[in-house]
Design a binder for this molecule. Sequence first.
Ligand SMILES: *[C@@H]1O[C@H](CO)[C@@H](O)[C@H](O)[C@H]1NC(C)=O
Length: 292
Amino acid sequence: MGSMSALLGGGIVCWAYGAYVINNHYKEKEAKTNDPEQIFTANDKQDDARVRKIKKRLILGSLVYGVYDMFEGKPPIEWWTKVHYDLLELDEVLTEDDLDRYATELQDEHKNKYLGVFRRKKESPSAEASDWVVAISGTEPLNWADLQNDLAIILETLNSKNLITILEVVVRSLGAQHGFCSVNVTGHSLGAAAGLLVCRRLALKGCLVEGHFFNPPFTTLESLAHTCTHAVKHALMRVFPAEGENFFDAGKRLGSKVLHAVPDTDRRSKALPEFKTLAEAKWSPYLYVNKK
Ligand SMILES: *[C@@H]1O[C@H](CO)[C@@H](O)[C@H](O)[C@H]1NC(C)=O
């Protein structure tokens, strides 16, 4: 009985993941026909809290699109220009020391182009835009580096990947130069997983970076559940008001099956104090999960 429901849970998760990949592709096309510039035509000062949140999400989403275009080698549509940001080179943001120390990871990043560092233009009309944003793009099915990263998510070894290292160095460096951790981090899919990991890690060290993440992979939601159960459950309940509870439990069961197969008591024994630290710091990520 137990293994049947675990199997069913696993089936649901796999099916949902497949549907999510297909839907992403469609949504990407659809969303890109919207012009983000339109949000600046309305008077910012009259917005209520809800509209301000939507505007902020649109701005961050546009920056993620910008990184995708760079990553896919398309002529840049300059999404960031439309939402009043400048794109900076990683070399401009990092110190000489970091450039030396992380040369390998940087070389990898120059090749992959997962990251974009954006600075808000002085004349930006939106009060909702943060001064600095680091945006991370997601996966492409035919890219080998990505497949390896996807596998790494499943094996929960993403921490050691070059993307994670360079992301953490960039966010820290921006924080050091422009006020402690005064950065917003955003990402989609694999980028969301990477961003979540780094933001959580920094939050554990007392550096509260604001993270906004679009469709993090389900495996990541599961691993997040170990330290932010409340936040993940809340997000899922919002998306699946009726099935949320079951769905969450099915995912959690599957996840714990996978996790228990990995002898990793060290990681698990760290989970509880980490949970306490994050709860005390009142850190939690903003997660935007697609209904599909
Ligand atoms: C993130 O951006 C908002 C503006 O949208 C800003 O108020 C906030 O301070 C930023 N977060 C951090 C940690 O700097």
